[in-house]
Write a protein that binds this ligand. Structure first.
Ligand code: 5AD
Ligand code: SF4
Length: 481
């Protein structure tokens, strides 16, 4: 999409430019030459494989990495038997973190059989100094380590890694730089994520994101709108505006445009059929945003509104800066404007000091709000966050019991809630051939619910009216009308 700069016209006899993105295009040209030579030497094309852990932000970052790698001559592969394997890591919870170390052992075995293989690690985990220390000491076979702030530099980093046969580590603590106009390879031709901001300033006491993703930085609205217009021209029907807390969009920019205003401008883009956004912090969700959502039919009637806990006491300890009552009143206000909106949430179970009473407050919120779906997370202690230092960490058995209790509750509610569309005809954006049954297609309703229905692959990327026959728990079985 942004492949405007022709690499053939770059003069590699000159020294690299200082300004971005020109510097990166220079290194893409240089790296492409190195890759071409390597391909001749090995007698086969060089392949790459990116494994992405974690959230939508990481998925979008991986598309950027992929765009650069394809531009410099690597061929995409799903297999970790590739010449270049990158793990784009997540560190929000410890268990995702541990999975990466486990898989590195497997990569090491592959690399022993194939010495030309290159291993790269990037993403949130790399922003933790203790992780990088461990890798430097015990995982010397890793070739390239970089963080969340400099993924745009991939071509430059690969050039250095190919030229110097040693471990390259390039981690930045923070940045206020946003580099625009680099190549991106999208996973889907009909939908795309669009970053509107990076980083987070909220410092919820359990969360490591502000430490690894840095301070909040918003992209300029002109750049965002231009990117979306190009995507729509390219055939994209649905976009997801991405940010750790989209509701505080624009605070570091010189003008007064906030998220509601940006969303309204996005909604006005001709040909854009669906707009989603993630994630909304309840404390910053404005009245204007609710109004804009109710005004435009192309803004999907879905809001992911993480509550984290229903106990005002725990919310205070979490530094969430709202109370149970504030949250419930907000939900009422949203529903008074958009009655059929689909609300989803995140809940953490077992935050330090969570009593049975606190937990029952969470159950109370779940019963009152009746979410379409709930993502439940067992509290994970992240070193360096204030919560890791708090007394009264909750025993595992208690957490398990609470988890199972909440799970049963949210399942019962979701099953009941989600069936409310049975017998209706609703538009579905067709996404893929069903993995279990190839005679079925899988698509999404505007409210994000999945629908499976008989069809064929030519429907992918189109929006079709589908009759919703029955709801099987978390998805619908439908038929095209
Ligand atoms: N432990 C458990 N869950 C967490 N989350 C963030 N940090 C932690 C943690 N330390 C959850 C929150 C957030 C979601 C993306 O991950 O619920 O909304
Ligand atoms: Fe983490 Fe809170 Fe920021 Fe979300 S808003 S990324 S939970 S600190």
């Amino acid at each position: 999409m942004f492949n405007d700069i022709n690499l053939d016209e770059i003069d590699l006899t000159e020294s690299p430019p200082e300004e971005e993105p020109n510097r990166q295009y220079y290194f893409m040209a240089k790296c492409r030459e190195l890759i071409r030579r390597k391909k001749e030497e090995l007698g086969h094309p060089l392949s790459f494989c990116i494994k992405t852990f974690g959230c939508q932000m990481n998925a979008r970052d991986s598309e950027k990495l992929q765009g650069i790698l394809e531009k410099i001559g690597y061929i995409k592969s799903k297999s970790e038997m590739s010449t270049f394997v990158i793990y784009n890591t997540c560190t929000v919870r410890e268990n995702v973190n541990l999975r990466v170390y486990g898989r590195l052992g497997y990569l090491h075995a592959l690399k022993k059989k194939n010495p030309h293989m290159m291993i790269g690690l990037c993403g949130c985990m790399m922003q933790e100094p203790k992780v990088v220390e461990k890798l430097k000491n015990s995982y010397r076979f890793v070739d390239l380590i970089f963080g969340t702030h400099n993924i745009y530099k991939l071509a430059e980093l690969v050039t250095v890694a190919l030229e110097q046969n040693k471990m390259i580590v390039d981690i930045w603590k923070n940045t206020d730089q946003i580099v625009e106009n680099l190549p991106i390879d999208r996973k889907y031709f009909f939908k795309s994520g669009v970053n509107i901001m990076f980083g987070c300033n909220n410092f919820c006491s359990y969360c490591i994101v502000p430490y690894v993703r840095g301070r909040e930085r918003s992209r300029r609205p002109e750049e965002i709108l231009e990117e979306i217009r190009k995507l729509v021209n390219d055939g994209v029907k649905e976009i997801m505006l991405l940010g750790q807390n989209v509701n505080s969009y624009g605070q570091n920019l010189a003008h007064s445009l906030r998220f509601a205003g940006l969303l309204e401008q996005v909604a006005g883009i001709n040909g854009l059929e669906r707009i989603r956004f993630m994630t909304s912090h309840p404390k910053d969700l404005s009245e204007e945003l609710i109004e804009v959502m109710s005004k435009y039919s192309n803004i999907c009637p879905h809001l992911h509104l993480p509550v984290q806990s229903g106990s005002t006491n725990i919310l205070r300890q979490m530094n969430r800066r709202y109370t149970k009552e504030f949250y419930l009143a907000l939900v009422d206000r949203i529903r008074s404007f958009i009655p059929d909106i689909s609300l989803t949430t995140d809940i953490i179970i077992g935050f330090p000091g969570e009593t049975e009473k606190d937990f029952m407050e969470t159950i109370d919120v779940v019963e009152k709000v009746r979410y379409d779906s709930t993502f439940m997370f067992i509290y994970s202690k992240r070193t360096g966050t204030p919560a890791a230092e708090m007394d009264k960490q909750i025993p595992e058995e208690v957490i398990k019991e609470r988890f199972n209790f909440l799970l049963a509750k949210v399942k019962e509610i979701s099953r009941d809630k989600l069936s409310r569309f049975e017998g209706k005809i609703m538009n579905v954006l067709v996404e893929a051939v069903n993995e279990q049954d190839p005679s079925l297609m899988t698509g999404r309703l505007a409210n994000n619910l999945l629908v499976h229905f008989p069809g064929n692959a030519s429907m992918i990327g189109t929006i079709l009216p589908v009759y919703l026959n029955c709801c099987n728990g978390f998805y619908y079985i439908g038929s095209i009308i």
